[in-house]
Write a protein that binds this ligand. Structure first.
Ligand code: F6P
Ligand code: MG
Length: 506
C-alpha cells in the first residue's frame, strides 16, 4: 500500500484510533493464563532449541489477551504512532521550503502505511534497505525466524521492536529528514516538568563533598555503602517516568514518582521484590578506579538521575571511567539518543528550562553540567551507540550476534542495565517462573566465559518477572491485579558473570 489515498485510515490519520480492529482468523486458539503456567513449569527448552521465535520459556505474543502484549500491540502502539504523526504535522506546519515539505509529506504517507499494517495485523516484511548498518541483522532475523509471522503472532518483543525500526524507515528513506525524531519534543518536555527532583539532586551533588576525608577505612567503607544504597535507588526509581506508559501525567503525578528524599526511598525499598542491593553495594564499594557501563534507558529525568549517579561513582574514586550505551535511533518513545544526551548536558549549562528556579538552584545545575562536559572531554565519560541495541534480538544473542560488543563489555567491572525493556531483553521476555534465579534467566550473558558482572535496575512495567522469592508474585497476582505493569514494584538483580576469563567465540 502506498500513499494516503488508498489508506483505510485516510481521514483520521493523525489521530490515535479508539479501537483497533484486528484480523486474527489464522491464529492458534487463545491460551488461558493457567494453561500457560502449566506449560512454563515444563520448561526451560534445551539451549540448542532456543531461538527468537522459541524462547527458553513460552513467549508473550500479541494475541495473548491476558498479557500486556495484547494491550500494547492493539492499543498502545497505534496511540504512540498517532501521536508521532501529530508531531510530524506540527513540524510540517512550521516549514517554509517546498522541497522539504514534500519530502516530509512522503514520510507521513509511510507512517500512515505503517499504521495500516499495525491495525490490519499485516505480516512482518523485510526492512527496506536504507543503507544503515543494521539492515543485515534485521532482515536475517526476519528471514530465519519470522517468515509469515504478523504483528500479533510474532513474539511481542520482536514485533514491538520491529515497529520502531519501521518507524525509523519512514524517515530514513527521505532526503531531508533522515535524523528526524518524532519523540524529541516529548522527551524535552518531561525534563522541564521535573524541576523539584532535578534541583533536589543538583543541590546535594553539585559540590563534591569530601565526606570521607576525616574517616578511618572501615567508617569510610560504611559511609560509601550508605550513599551507594540510596543513590542506586534514585537511579532505579528514575525509571518510573518513561514516556511510553505515562503519556498524560500531571505535574503532581510526576512529583510523586520522582520523590528522592531518604524517607521516601526507605519506604519504597519494600517494593523492590528481588533485592540484591546489599550484595551490589559490597561488590561496587570494593572497586577502585574501575570501569562501570550503563546500558541506558530513558532520556530526560531518568538520564539525569543516571548522570548524578555516575558522577558520584567518579567522585568517590570507585570508577575512573564510565561508558554509557545509548540508542542509534529513536526507540521505544523515550530512550536516549546522542541528540538527547547532548541536549541534556547543554541544557544544564545553557538552558532556561526552569523559569521559577532560584539563582542558587540554577547555579547548582550549571555546575553539574559543566563538570559532566569536562568528564566527556577528558574521556572519563564516553557515550557509545552500538547498532545491536536497536535490533529485535534479545541479549541472549549478544554473544553470537555482536561478539565485538560482548568482548567490549567483558572488560567492564559492572554493566548496569536500566529499565523495563532492557530487562525484557536480558530475560528473553518469556514466561519463566517468577522465582527463576537471575543468572539462569539471562543465559549466555551470565554463563559465557568473560561475561561481566551484570546488574538490572528495573521498575516492573511488563509481564516478565524473575528473581523474586517464591510466593511473592503469586500473592500479588491474587491481591493486586495489574501489579506487573504499574511501575510501583521493582527489582535490583545481580549476576556475577565469569569475569577475568577470555571470551570464546565460535
Ligand atoms: O511497550 C511496553 C514496553 O516495552 C515495556 O517494556 C515498558 O512498559 C515500556 O515499553 C518501556 O519501558 P522502559 O522505558 O522502562 O524500558
Ligand atoms: Mg525506555
Amino acid at each position: 500500500m502506498s500513499g494516503t489515498d488508498n489508506h483505510p485510515n485516510k481521514q483520521a490519520s493523525a489521530k490515535a484510533p479508539s479501537k483497533t480492529v484486528l484480523n486474527l482468523g489464522n491464529l492458534p486458539p487463545k491460551m488461558k493464563a493457567s494453561e500457560l503456567k502449566t506449560a512454563a513449569a515444563s520448561y526451560p527448552r534445551t539451549p540448542s532449541r532456543v531461538n527468537p521465535n522459541q524462547p527458553p520459556w513460552p513467549a508473550y505474543r500479541g494475541y495473548h489477551e491476558y498479557s500486556f502484549a495484547h494491550a500494547t500491540m492493539g492499543v498502545r502502539l497505534p496511540t504512540i504512532l498517532g501521536k508521532a504523526i501529530d508531531d510530524v504535522w506540527k513540524t510540517l506546519n512550521q516549514e517554509t521550503e517546498e522541497e522539504r515539505i514534500v519530502d516530509l509529506i512522503n514520510c507521513i504517507h509511510r507512517l500512515e502505511d505503517l499504521m495500516g499494517d499495525l491495525q490490519g495485523n499485516s505480516k512482518l516484511r523485510p526492512i527496506v534497505d536504507d543503507g544503515a548498518g543494521d539492515i543485515a541483522l534485521w532482515n536475517k532475523e526476519i528471514a530465519k525466524f519470522f517468515r509469515g509471522k504478523d504483528f500479533m503472532n510474532a513474539p511481542w518483543l520482536f514485533a514491538e521492536a520491529y515497529k520502531y525500526r519501521r518507524l525509523r524507515e519512514c524517515f530514513s528513506l527521505s532526503k531531508y529528514w533522515v535524523d528526524y525524531d518524532v519523540f524529541f519534543r516529548q522527551k524535552c518536555d518531561t525534563f522541564s516538568r521535573s524541576n523539584q527532583a532535578v534541583f533536589e539532586l543538583s543541590q546535594r551533588f553539585s559540590q563534591p563533598h569530601d565526606l570521607l576525608a576525616s574517616l578511618g577505612p572501615e567508617e569510610k567503607k560504611e559511609k560509601l555503602k550508605l550513599v551507594f544504597h540510596e543513590l542506586t535507588q534514585v537511579c532505579l526509581w528514575g525509571n518510573s517516568t518513561d514516556l511510553s506508559l505515562l503519556i498524560d501525567m500531571t505535574e503532581e503525578d510526576i512529583r510523586k514518582l520522582q520523590s528522592t528524599g531518604g524517607d521516601h526511598l526507605a519506604a519504597t525499598e519494600k517494593n523492590i521484590l528481588g533485592n540484591d542491593l546489599r550484595a551490589l553495594a559490597d561488590y561496587v564499594t570494593d572497586i577502585k578506579g574501575g570501569r562501570i557501563d550503563f546500558v541506558l534507558d530513558n532520556a530526560g529525568f531518568e538520564l539525569y538521575c543516571d548522570l548524578v549517579y555516575a558522577d558520584w561513582l567518579i567522585q568517590s574514586g570507585i570508577c575512573s571511567e564510565v561508558i554509557f550505551h545509548g540508542k542509534k535511533i529513536p526507540w521505544f518513545v523515550s530512550d536516549v539518543t546522542k541528540f538527547d544526551w547532548n541536549w541534556l548536558l547543554n541544557s544544564c549549562v545553557y538552558g532556561q528550562l526552569f523559569p521559577d528556579a532560584s539563582d542558587a538552584e540554577i547555579d547548582s545545575l550549571r555546575t553539574l553540567g559543566n563538570r559532566w562536559k569536562q568528564y566527556e572531554k577528558e574521556g572519563k565519560w564516553k557515550y557509545e551507540a552500538h547498532p545491536f541495541w536497536c535490533t529485535g534480538y534479545t541479549f541472549w544473542d549478544l554473544h553470537s550476534e555482536a561478539p565485538d560488543l560482548f568482548q567490549h563489555l567483558s572488560d567492564s567491572d559492572l554493566v548496569i542495565f536500566k529499565g523495563d525493556l532492557n530487562h525484557r531483553k536480558l530475560t528473553y521476555d518469556c514466561h519463566a517462573p517468577m522465582d527463576t534465579k537471575f543468572p539462569m534467566a539471562i543465559g549466555p550473558l551470565a554463563s559465557e566465559a568473560g561475561a561481566p558482572p551484570v546488574c538490572s535496575l528495573r521498575t516492573i512495567k511488563s509481564d516478565v518477572v524473575v528473581g523474586i522469592p517464591s510466593g511473592v508474585g503469586e500473592k500479588l497476582d491474587e491481591e493486586e491485579p495489574g501489579w506487573k505493569i504499574s511501575g510501583k514494584y521493582a527489582v535490583v538483580l545481580l549476576s556475577p558473570g565469569r569475569p577475568g576469563e577470555a571470551p570464546q567465540f565460535a
